[in-house]
Design a protein around this ligand. Structure first.
Ligand SMILES: Cc1cc2nc3c(=O)[nH]c(=O)nc-3n(C[C@H](O)[C@H](O)[C@H](O)COP(=O)(O)OP(=O)(O)OC[C@H]3O[C@@H](n4cnc5c(N)ncnc54)[C@H](O)[C@@H]3O)c2cc1C
Length: 451
């Protein structure tokens, strides 16, 4: 495994039952505590773990959620404890059956690593940088490391993240690069950890506001967003502030508070009145969605797979990265097991089989985040470096659909389960739902109140 972060750890759990040894090489020193590390700079920003991702993590590494909670992660009710404002207003609050696990990115990674590290045969080697692939007769047979070693493996999995060099390494071996698609809606982040007062009870454990987008009353409410939620224990919260279309949040506390206040939602200002900013503010600017189309690659070596952000680095705003890594790992577990049964132990053909299966999910995530990014002014879309025209779809139906879902608690939970990838989205385009939305078109349209 190249990279011992979230995707590498989950892929290790997926393959561990079938290999005598699973070795995860990471160029970072992997810390014993759930703390920030330089190889994962995004750890300073909030990480929403979708319910489907958490479910898959628990399947791959049983006891993950309990362990994370013992380390300080918090479970909360996705409807009752969350205040969320989007184009169709504040989401309904009621006791529901959909639970979220809130934690910092370093805590999620550490809880997963603890669980995977306890599996038979799984071993992490820190401080080892992979610098290339070794191949023979159409098959990747290992990796080269910066300290001059060649490490042999029956299967090499690249989980080295957004800045993976695997495509360059494959090209060095004579394999053509997969098609590369990039969507850039020029989002930027500023984040910090907050200290909240003892026994603070603001009436929520998570507060999130999305940009209003088209039809907003001000440029700030069109492009700016923020979220804050409890991450560890009672008093450590995280705040992430976002801006799209190049309208990026600043790094200084006073300017950041001003940026948030400009969104024009008094609840945000009130929530921040009580809290302190004891830690530095971190920025993140490279929010491009980048897909290497490994599934469509015409000529690929055996013995090599890419997973997680190394395959597709999503625009982080849509919170899909960790979940995609977990769902891919579940596909890998299932496909590997079925493949080995069918071939009596031969790994030939596994990459094709894995990509064909996991690609459905990857393309679903890719299309759903791009649909939203394509509506942002100035968005850029390139395929292999060539600019392509973007055709934004109208939000007329999706706005009304969201408003219709919010009218009924049971329907709303099903809807949230769908956006959390727990439920297939087909029912949202069923005749029953589409007719109901069309029958109430004007009334539902009034739920979209510009701010
Ligand atoms: C600002 C930001 C916010 C995000 N927010 C969310 C969110 O809300 N929800 C969500 O689900 N996802 C979010 N993501 C995405 C999420 O961080 C990733 O999807 C997730 O961490 C899984 O990534 P990964 O394991 O593929 O790669 P990473 O976590 O980036 O890990 C790559 C690992 O590979 C190691 N490595 C790199 N190169 C080498 C090498 N040559 N040799 C050895 N080791 C190497 C690194 O040290 C690192 O440990 C966000 C991302 C960003 C940038």
């Amino acid at each position: 495994m190249i990279g011992g972060s979230i995707a590498g750890t989950l892929a290790a759990a997926a393959v561990a039952p079938h290999f005598a040894e699973v070795l995860l090489l990471d160029r970072d020193e992997l810390p014993d505590e759930p703390v920030f590390r330089k190889g994962v700079p995004q750890g300073a920003h909030f990480h929403a773990l979708l319910a489907a991702g958490r479910q898959a993590m628990d399947e791959l590494l049983p006891g993950f959620s309990e362990h994370a909670c013992a380390m300080g992660a918090v479970r909360l009710d996705s409807a009752e404890n969350v205040m969320r404002l989007d184009r169709v207003g504040w989401s309904p609050r009621f006791r529901s059956t959909l639970e979220f696990l809130m934690a910092s990115r370093p805590l999620i990674e550490k809880a997963l690593r603890d669980k995977a590290g306890a599996l038979p045969g799984v071993r992490y080697e820190s401080g080892v940088e992979v610098t290339g692939l070794v191949a023979q007769s159409g098959r990747v047979t290992g990796v080269r490391t910066k300290d001059g070693r060649e490490v042999c493996a029956d299967l090499v999995i690249d989980a080295s993240g957004r800045f993976s060099k695997a495509v360059e390494w494959l090209e060095e071996l004579g394999y053509p690069a997969p098609t590369k698609e990039i969507v850039n809606a020029h989002w930027g982040y500023s984040s910090t950890f907050l200290r909240v007062p003892e026994n603070w009870s603001p009436g929520f454990q998570a507060l999130a506001v999305t940009p209003f987008g088209e039809g907003a009353l001000s440029a700030a409410s069109a492009s700016r967003a923020m979220a804050m939620w409890v991450v560890e224990g009672e008093r450590r919260w995280i705040l992430t502030v976002q801006g799209s279309a190049g309208d990026h949040p600043p790094r200084k506390e006073a300017a950041l508070r001003e940026f948030i206040s400009s969104i024009g939602v008094p609840e945000l200002v009130k929530a921040l009145d009580d809290v302190e900013f004891p830690e530095p503010i971190s920025m993140w600017r490279d929010t491009r969605s980048r897909l290497w189309d490994f599934a469509g690659q015409p000529n690929r070596p055996e013995g090599f797979l890419a997973v997680g952000d190394a395959w597709m680095g999503f625009n982080p705003v849509y919170g899909q990265g960790m979940t995609a890594a977990a769902l891919e790992a579940r596909d890998l577990r299932d496909e590997l097991s079925a493949h080995l049964d069918a071939t009596t132990g031969d790994l030939t053909g596994l990459p094709e089989r894995f990509y064909a299966k996991a690609d459905t999910l990857i393309k679903y995530c890719w299309n759903s985040s791009n649909t939203l990014d394509h509506r942002i002014p100035g968005v850029e879309y390139t395929v292999d470096g060539e600019a392509r025209q973007v055709e934004p779809s109208s939000s007329d139906f999706s706005d009304r659909l969201a408003a219709y879902m919010a009218q009924d608690p049971e329907r709303y939970v099903r809807y949230r389960e769908t956006t959390q990838l727990l439920r297939s989205p087909e029912w949202l385009s069923s005749d029953e739902i589409v007719s109901a939305v069309k029958a109430n078109w004007d009334e539902l349209g009034q739920a979209v109140v510009p701010r």
